[in-house]
Design a binder for this molecule. Structure first.
Ligand code: ZN
Ligand code: ZN
Length: 432
């Protein structure tokens, strides 16, 4: 058994384990990178990961919440720590020029799409396997239960809920703390932490506004959904300016507005897609409700023959890192990596479905919320970082490719190593 003060001794042990496993994890990473799959279609990916975890002696279950993988390592009395990695890729044509770049495509409703691991989920799940190897190798140094999950469909905010709905905490174990990470364009080898509000809640909403179509020359015989939609778009802008307290950050974007075919036809309906972001779950609900209220009222004002239809395309919660848990993990990372390798993470307007794992109500598992820590690992090699203009992480980030770019590549050796060590050191902060 170890305590926090033994961590420097454990650093050598972790490093030795990483050394022993790194080559295999790199090979696995390249395999997954070269064979990306769309959300909920991660069949090959999950099989590769499941096999790797089985080989390491973990008790592995496949097909949890679709293609999800759960791996357990029972190692005596103690808490249960859950480490989460995601697996899904994006419909992007890879342009990294890597020897193991993806040339894959997939058939979807909208035709053939290229596939790329442009968000580094291949890195995250490979790091889970790396941490699994390290923790198995160090089993004499810790006690408790390690629960590893490889999650499908993060990009569409579907996989976390799917795994929870499939009994993640009842069939396997209910964790005491949950740890997750994402790569970002910061210096490779560094880790960013943030307590409290860290990432935004997000709702993507599709709306149909109904009218009565007809000839463009006879508007009185029609109900024009284009005019109603135009009022909706403008009126929605009053939510942030008139209904949200000025100290709060909320975004309401109408990203899609589609109606009609040509000038002399008044169409039957108009379609909108709306994106909402905020950092507070209760306020977020209030904003989504306001959108619905305004659209219903505008449809009534415009004599719409049938009420508008609303469809949530996907949705996720605000990410709030538990301050106590963040401090504990940050301390462990400070001991392992050194303070100079840590940075204060700025709040991000991006979103994640990771918070469902900790939210008892929205995650649908009941009881108390579960504390979680989600940190960020730098993915930009030192040379590239040095030549990038700017002083702070935020300044430099403006000049670097971001995740979802066809040029984005976080999978260098330093980042992979850091991701494995960060997960192992984080787990040991609770199990050691
Ligand atoms: Zn992404
Ligand atoms: Zn991502």
């Amino acid at each position: 058994m170890t305590t926090q003060t033994d961590m420097p001794a454990l650093k050598g042990a972790i490093d030795a384990q990483v050394e022993a496993t790194l080559e295999r994890v790199q090979a696995l990473y390249r395999q997954i990178h070269q064979h990306p799959e769309l959300p909920f279609e991660e069949h090959e990916t999950s099989e590769r990961l499941a096999e790797a975890l089985e080989t390491l002696g973990y008790e592995v279950t496949r097909g949890v919440g679709g293609t999800g993988v759960v791996a357990l390592f029972h190692n005596g009395e103690g808490p249960t720590v859950m480490l989460r990695g995601d697996m899904d890729a994006l419909p992007i044509q890879e342009a990294t020029g890597l020897a193991f770049a993806s040339t894959r495509t997939a058939e979807t409703e909208s035709g053939t799409v290229p596939l790329m691991h442009a968000c580094g989920h291949d890195l995250h799940s490979s790091c889970v396997v790396g941490a699994a190897a390290v923790m198995a190798g160090l089993k004499a140094h810790w006690s408790g239960t390690l629960m590893l999950i490889c999650q499908p469909a993060e990009e569409i905010f579907g996989g976390a809920r799917a795994m929870l709905d499939d009994g993640l905490y009842t069939r396997f174990a209910r964790p005491d703390v949950i740890l997750g990470q994402h790569n970002m364009p910061a210096l490779a080898g560094t880790i960013g932490h943030r307590a409290g509000s860290t990432m935004a809640a997000c709702t993507n909403l599709a709306v149909t506004i109904h009218g009565t179509g007809g000839h463009g020359s006879m508007p009185a015989q029609t109900v024009d959904p284009v005019v109603i939609a135009a009022h909706v778009v403008t009126r929605l802008q009053t939510i942030v300016s008139r209904e949200v307290p000025p100290e709060e950050t909320v975004v309401v974007t109408v990203g899609k507005l589609a109606a009609g075919t040509q000038a002399n036809i008044i169409p039957h309906s108009a379609e909108l897609e709306i994106n909402v972001r905020s950092f507070d779950n209760a306020l977020h609900r209030q904003v989504v409700d306001a959108i619905e209220r305004i659209i219903r009222a505008e449809c009534e004002a415009g004599r719409s023959p049938t009420p508008p239809e609303f469809r949530v395309l996907n949705e996720t919660l605000a990410l709030h890192n538990d301050p106590t848990a963040v401090e504990r993990v940050r301390q462990a990372h400070a001991v392992h990596f050194g303070e100079t390798h840590l940075y204060a993470m700025p709040r991000l307007n991006g979103s994640e479905d990771f918070p469902f794992f900790g939210n008892a109500t929205e995650g649908g598992f009941g009881g108390e919320d579960i504390p979680y820590v989600y940190w960020f690992i730098g993915a930009t090699p030192a040379e590239r970082w040095a030549e990038t203009p700017g002083e702070s992480v935020a300044e430099k980030m403006r000049h670097l490719e971001m995740p979802h770019s066809p040029y984005y590549f976080p999978g260098n050796e330093v980042t992979l190593r850091t991701g494995i060590e960060a997960m192992a050191a984080g787990a040991l902060a609770y199990l050691g």
